[in-house]
Design a protein around this ligand. Structure first.
Ligand code: COA
Length: 380
């Protein structure tokens, strides 16, 4: 049989166009995104983060009693033990919150009695714990770095409610902001084979444990070309400062071949449905917060990028001003993304473990060949 040359047509960068696995979790077609067959617009309008998490993990929407039982499990698992809090207080906070979160999630494995059990039942239990605790961890980080004691989550309240409650230092959160946060958590919950979901799957494919897979995912999400872009959007708006400088900023960035953060996408070429929803939320929230100029600057950048380059905003562009309007510290935007995407990462790990083969691509050799070792003293 003739040998197939697998290197012919090898991809140099980014695996564009490669279908790396089959999946039933979420899917992008044109400019629409579906989770388990439901459009993101439908879920954002009608669902809750808890319900969407159930959907992603179980391939069906829960009945009323299933949702109640699942939500109460998740909410119970939001609590951090006093022992955990003592150890977390010992992690220096002089790093980016995503770096701290990566360490904190890794530490959680030390208290998890299922840490080394890769059975579907144990992975489900660990996923409930990780999803419950991710929000509490990022809020604890914010408290600890301010020299305060972390606020404990309130029993019987949703993850979105508790996120706003704990970030607000234990004050009753604004009901509209809670609703906005819940919608944001839904919008970020999964996104097909994005970089961090792929990282989850690659680590799971060696049959490593769930905590290791999630730590890999947090590391991937942290980068500015992935989840780290939302924080960069605010830094960019602050750097531009005023409307009259926005257009020139974009033109200069393009001329210098620099990326404008929150714009562009590997898959969506006609717009990201999540960005459309977030744009409307940003318009209202920036008005309410008295920072409408930030929304106006954003839309001008959005229009200019489209005119100059045909590129459109992704999920990170308008979520930035949404979070900023609600008073959330800029460097917590990406950890909030993680507190949502944990649900998708777990779904990808379940799917990978259930139909596994280790990921092991090849590289096309472009280096030197046929060299011969010589003693160090003879080398020039
Ligand atoms: N600003 C300026 N130019 C951009 C751009 C951006 N945000 N996104 C893409 N481009 C340009 C590239 O420079 C390239 O132009 P060229 O063909 O003239 O060289 C072209 O569009 C293709 O971009 P490329 O970087 O190859 O796309 P990709 O599919 O590899 O990357 C992203 C996709 C999302 C990583 C990329 O658009 C990006 O870096 N965006 C900013 C970061 C961001 O918002 N990330 C969050 C993703 S959800």
């Amino acid at each position: 049989m003739a040998e197939v040359n697998i290197y012919e047509g090898a991809l140099d960068k980014g695996l564009e166009g490669v279908v790396a696995c089959t999946t039933k979790i979420s899917f992008i077609v044109g400019d629409s995104l579906t989770f388990r067959g439901y459009t993101i617009d439908d879920l954002a309008e009608n669902s809750t983060f808890e319900e969407v998490t159930y959907l992603l993990w179980n391939d069906k929407l829960p009945t009323a009693s299933e949702l109640q039982a699942f939500s109460s499990e998740l909410h119970k698992e939001m609590t951090l033990s006093p022992e955990m809090i003592t150890v977390l207080k010992g992690i220096p906070t002089n790093v980016h919150p995503m770096a701290w979160l990566r360490t904190a999630v890794s530490l959680l494995a030390h208290w998890d009695k299922d840490a080394n059990d890769n059975s579907p039942e144990a992975n489900l239990r660990k996923s409930v714990r990780l999803t419950g605790k991710m929000t509490t961890l990022l809020c604890a980080f914010d408290a600890i770095r301010k020299g305060k004691d972390p606020v404990a989550p309130k029993a019987g309240q949703s993850i979105a409610w508790n996120m706003m409650y704990m970030l607000g230092g234990g004050k009753e959160p604004n009901a509209h902001h809670v609703k906005v946060m819940d919608t944001c958590l839904i919008l970020h919950a999964d996104h097909e084979l994005n970089c961090s979901a792929f990282a989850t799957r690659v680590t799971s494919s060696s049959l490593s444990d769930l905590h290791s897979a999630i730590v890999s995912a947090i590391g991937a999400l942290k980068g500015p070309l992935h989840g780290g872009a939302n924080e960069q959007v605010i830094l960019m708006l602050q750097q531009i400062g005023t409307m009259d400088r926005a257009q020139q900023f974009v033109k200069d960035a393009l001329a210098a071949k620099e990326k404008v953060m929150g714009i562009g996408h590997r898959v969506y070429k006609n717009g990201d449905p999540r960005a459309r929803i977030l744009r409307a939320m940003s318009e209202k929230l920036t008005k309410d917060a008295g920072i409408h100029h930030m929304y106006e600057m954003s839309t001008l950048i959005d229009d200019t990028m489209y005119k100059e380059k045909g590129l459109m905003p992704n999920v990170d562009f308008y979520s930035a001003t949404v979070y900023f309007s609600m008073g959330i510290p800029t460097d917590l935007f990406t950890p909030i993304f993680a507190a949502s995407r944990i649900s998708g990462w777990c779904a990808h790990a379940f799917e990978q473990y259930a139909n596994n083969r280790i990921y092991r691509p090849r590289g096309k050799w472009m280096g030197k060949e046929g060299l011969k070792w010589t003693p160090a003293a003879d080398r020039k």
